[in-house]
Design a protein around this ligand. Sequence first.
Ligand code: CA
Length: 336
Amino acid sequence: MSDHVCTSAARSRPLSGARAWVLLLIAALSATALGCRSAASTPPPSSPPEQPTESDTRPAEPHDADDMVSVPAGTFLMGTPEDELSLIVELCRQINPAPTGCNRERLIAHHRNETPQREVYVSGFSIGRNEVTNAEYERCVSEGGCTARDFDRCVFFAGREHVHGGTLDEVQARDDHPVVCVSWEQAAAYCQHAGGALPTEAQWEKAARGVDGRVFPWGNDWNPLGANWAEGEHTGSVDGYVTTSPVGSFPAGASPYGALDMVGNVWEWVADRYAEDAYAQGAASDPQGPETGTGRVMRGGGYAAQPLAQRTAKRVPRDPPEAYVNIGFRCARPAQ
Ligand SMILES: [Ca+2]
């Protein structure tokens, strides 16, 4: 996986706030905590996770697999304005003491797939409040609606390398943690069995950021307790979790519609095929993504991605045949 995590929370409106959280972050972490590096290159945890130490985190309560939040029909601001891409570089440099990865041209080029920002209409729909869990997926397997995960084919982290095959650590395998190591096809099959479908990019992004173009689900300023993210070598020292957390553990990070973990915890497969210029070419009403292409899109950052990748506009392509240890999903349904 080649996704770079030096993506930006930068926008003209929240920049001062972003600077504030950067200072907080630097103070909170060790001097080596924030290198500008690939989310995928962050090594996997090898020790048991620390327990949450902040009152803003809480263990997930048992939840209803059919628990969905409603997103009313209407327009929203989708994507990132071209003139805000330069701020990605500035913010990258602020959070990285040794900004070897904060190359301006590369960063701007890397994030141009989020441009332009435009008003897009999305019909009413509902979306899972939480990511689909291990228990929910296994129930689907037992019901015959889903195929068993093939952990020998799943892409795991091995230091800075990626390898096919592995086993989930004891924490990630718990019932109430988000399911991972599911391919796009397996995720789509689950949602079909559940009477819905994977959300489109437009549905996912609207559910994550509401109508006002906010950078994060909760607003325009980074909140280190708003998501399960990768602080430094994703030590869990800030958010309390080295790898995944029980779904719904970060209520402070709720989206305007009440969806949880829209950023952080695991990346999420969405329905659309990937095209770099999809945001420039997409329909103004209920865009479905390009009709051809091999890649699919994942959204929303994950436990091994730094804050700059936890933005609501961040979009990354992945190959559908593959399954990954840090990608899960949630489902959507049209409004009744
Ligand atoms: Ca997520």
